[in-house]
Design a binder for this molecule. Sequence first.
Ligand code: SPV
Ligand code: MG
Length: 547
Amino acid sequence: MSHVTPSTRPARGGAGTRFAALRREIASPTLSFLMEAHDGLSAKIVEEAGFRGVWASGLTTSAALGLRDSNEASWTQVLDVLEYMADATTLPILVDGDTGHGNFNNVRRFVRKLCERGIAGVCIEDKIFPKTNSFIGEAQPLADVDEFCGRIKAGKDSQTDDDFVLVARVEALISGHSMEEALRRAEAYHAAGADAILIHSKRSSADEIFEFTRRWANRAPVVIVPTMYYATPTDLFRQAGISTIIWANHLLRSSMAAMRETASRIHEDESLVRVEGSVATVKEIFQLVGNAELEEAERRYLPARPAAAAVVLAASGGALGGVAPGQPKCMVDIRGQSLLQRLVGTLRESGVRDVTVVRGAHKEAVALGGVAMVDNDRHAETGEAFSLGQARDAIAGDTVVAYGDVLFRRYILDSLLTSRADVVVAVDTLGATRAGAGPRDLVVADRRFSGSYLDDSPATLRRVAGDVPAGEVCGEWMGLARFSARGAAWLREEIAAMEAEGVLEGADMPALLTRLAARHPVRVKYFTGHWTDVDTLTDLAEARNVT
Ligand code: SPV
Ligand code: MG
């Protein structure tokens, strides 16, 4: 089933429209079926089942809103529901217009609004506003024939599409009047311009329906609602020359039964176990509401960016001055979320889905759903480059590498992700002057941050190290780098080369980046602040405030 959005709704006018489709169903000599729906979802289910038209029932639309079938929902509220239904399906919709929501004047406005919203037809019944459902009580008063004919004429004169269908519903039999009265009314309504006659009955046998169709002799198409005479074989209706059958309320009734069953089971059990196998899956909901179409539209309309993966280096100990003994730094709580959770949250917001965390110290305490864990069990005697080497299988395609104890604003990551460089590192230019405790990864590049609006020439990394003469420092590496697919291949090669030389185990990330920069262009992106690492107690206090 195609997912329908307002922009893909069939345009108004012409043979391919929903108006024309409903007219064909009603006017054709073969028997047609309209299936009840009461909202967007049920309209989709009608289409999915293969029906060619929808009956927007007054009874079930009201009931789905928790209301009685007594015009308790205003006509504009009904219109809103109809709009959801029209958006949800490509099928033509015949709406139950009750009595027309008032006199001829209300019918005029209602029909104009239906046409605007692509509703292909309306059925109005010859009763008095506010209506009562036909299956309640006896001898409901009928409208004066001439007055009702005025409603029909007003409706037909107001349609803005030639194919809009107006069905006039004769309630005479239900209200206890004679067959003659029913035929007299049908004749008058047809003469007033009705496109079809709905002859309604609440008997359990279809005898009076068949008598009507015999005597009516198809002067206009006949529509029926066999809710009460449901046991009559459909072929008999076909043989009687009936145009259209409305299955009037069975999606709401079936969903009510299912919802009651599910609710009482869950209430009794205080568990979902018994219902899980019998309810629709969440995936089925996604399918029915057309999530696949949205994904395709995202590919069409959102800027293309390769899906990046990330490796987070969280193996090192870091005692945090005894603030969090036995806890790895990445699990330190920052305003109700662990540092790792915040970091991964930022990655995900920027579209980085596959995250691999390398853990080591207190590894059993490193936990986060939806990320892959890789262990560096030799964390005590190895460095960051070795940790990264443990996750080398995750370094493929666009890859972000981040320290597990950093937090940064999302725009910094986005800027790396959209960079065209094969390797790009985030460097804080304030880090050139910042005094701070703890080890710092100082950066030497071929040019400093100029701060000039007009200056956009790129800077290239020379080296990263903890000890750089003050005059050479251009900034501080934030512990965040991004590699293109080609850059990721260079990174894997470098790791393999260091391993072969026997220097991988002792190397840190600055050493690895410096080696990379000697062979390949490594772009430096300068930022000013908006990040922090949690190396010290001071940093922790800062992180708690920053986020
Ligand atoms: C409806 O579905 O709201 C109808 C049909 O009007 S019936 O309830 O049978 O009157
Ligand atoms: Mg109704």
